[in-house]
Write a protein that binds this ligand. Structure first.
Ligand code: C2E
Ligand code: CA
Ligand code: CA
Ligand code: CA
Length: 280
C-alpha cells in the first residue's frame, strides 16, 4: 500500500511489519535450531525407470520449530542465505545426509546414492565448499560416486568462471553434479556445455502440466533431448500421476521422483520403503 499523497515510499505498512518480524523470528530461531542440532533431513526416492529400482534419494532439509511450527525450506533457506547461516545449515545437512546414507547402505545389498542440494552462496564460497565435502564423505565412509550435488542455474551466470572452477573441483573429487530446476533460470545454453554436469533435472513446473499443456509437453521433450545430446542423465521431478509418469517415460526420461512414488520420508521410512516396494 502506497501513500495516498503520491509518495512512493511508505516504509512500514502493516504487511511489511509482519513480514519483517517473521523474517527476524526465523533468523533468530534458526540460529538456535542450528546451535542445538534440531535440523532434520528427509529423503525422497528417485526411481530409475530402466531397473524399476530406487537408485538414489534426494536429501531435503526439514525444520519444525517449537514456536513457529513447520517452516518450509523455501522460506528459511533464503533467510539463511541472507543472514550468514547458510554455511552452517549446509554443513549440518551434508553431515546428516552422509551419515544416514551410510546407515541405509549398510542394510542394503546394492548401495543407493544421495543427492544433496547446495545453495549458490554456499557453493561459490570456494574455501568452505571445495574441501569439506570430500573430507566428510571419507569420514562417513560414503564413496563420492554415491553423492550427487544439486545446484540451480542461478549461480552460473553470476560468475561463470568461478562456477566452472568449483564444479571441476567437485568432479575431480568424484562427486556427481546435477543441474536443478532446469529451464526456470537464466543460464545460457552456451555455458551449459562448459559445465561438467552429469544430470539434468526437469523442473516440477514443467512436469505438473505435461498431460494438459502441449507447450509443457514439448518443453520437457526438448529439455530431455538436449540433455541426452549433451550426454547427461535425466530426472523428472514432481511426478504425481500415472499419466505424468507415462509421458516422461515415453519421452525417454531415465529417472523420476515425486509424490506418485513417495513424498520425502525419514531415513527409517526410506529403508522400510525400499524393503516393501523393492524386495530383494
Ligand atoms: P527442489 O530442490 O526443487 O526440491 C524439490 C521440491 O519439490 C521439494 O520441496 C519436494 O518436497 C517437492 N516435491 C517433490 N515431489 C513433489 C511432487 O510430486 N509434488 C509436489 N507438489 N512437490 C514435490 P521442499 O522439500 O519444500 O524444498 C523446496 C526447495 O528448498 C528445494 O527445491 C530446494 O531448492 C530447497 N532445499 C531443500 N532442502 C535443501 C537443502 O538441504 N539445502 C539447500 N540449499 N536447499 C534446500
Ligand atoms: Ca533439488
Ligand atoms: Ca578436495
Ligand atoms: Ca526443482
Amino acid at each position: 500500500a502506497k501513500n495516498a499523497g503520491g509518495s512512493t515510499y511508505a516504509f512500514f505498512t502493516p504487511e511489511l511489519r509482519v513480514a519483517a518480524e517473521r523474517h527476524q523470528d526465523i533468523r533468530m530461531r534458526l540460529a538456535d535450531a542450528l546451535e542445538q542440532g534440531r535440523i532434520e533431513v528427509k529423503y525422497q526416492p528417485i526411481i530409475n525407470l530402466a531397473s524399476g529400482k530406487i537408485g538414489r534419494c534426494e536429501a531435503l532439509v526439514r525444520w519444525t520449530d517449537p514456536e513457529l511450527g513447520v517452516v518450509r525450506p523455501d522460506e528459511f533457506i533464503e533467510i539463511a542465505e541472507h543472514s550468514g547461516l547458510i554455511q552452517q545449515l549446509g554443513y549440518q545437512v551434508v553431515k546428516q545426509a552422509l551419515s544416514d546414507i551410510y546407515q541405509i547402505n549398510s542394510a542394503l545389498r546394492e548401495p543407493i546414492g544421495v543427492a544433496i542440494n547446495r545453495s549458490p552462496q554456499e557453493f561459490m564460497d570456494l574455501s568452505e565448499t571445495g574441501d569439506y565435502l570430500d573430507e566428510l564423505a571419507m569420514k562417513a565412509g560414503v564413496a563420492p560416486e554415491l553423492v550427487t550435488i544439486e545446484l540451480t542455474e542461478s549461480l552460473m551466470m553470476k560468475d561463470p568462471k568461478l562456477a566452472e572452477r568449483q564444479l571441476n573441483l567437485l568432479k575431480a573429487d568424484g562427486f556427481r553434479l546435477s543441474l536443478d530446476d532446469f529451464g526456470t533460470g537464466y543460464s545460457s545454453l552456451a555455458y551449459l556445455k562448459h559445465f561438467p554436469f552429469d544430470v539434468l533435472k526437469v523442473d516440477r513446473s514443467f512436469v505438473s502440466d505435461i498431460a494438459s499443456d502441449k507447450d509443457d509437453y514439448l518443453l520437457v521433450k526438448t529439455i530431455l533431448e538436449m540433455g541426452s545430446n549433451l550426454g547427461m542423465h535425466s530426472v523428472a521431478e514432481g511426478v504425481e500421476t500415472a499419466e505424468q509418469l507415462a509421458l516422461v517415460t515415453e519421452l525417454g526420461c531415465e529417472c523420476v521422483q515425486g509424490y506418485f512414488f513417495s513424498p520425502p520420508i525419514s531415513r527409517d521410512e526410506l529403508l522400510n520403503y525400499i524393503g516393501t516396494q523393492f524386495p530383494e
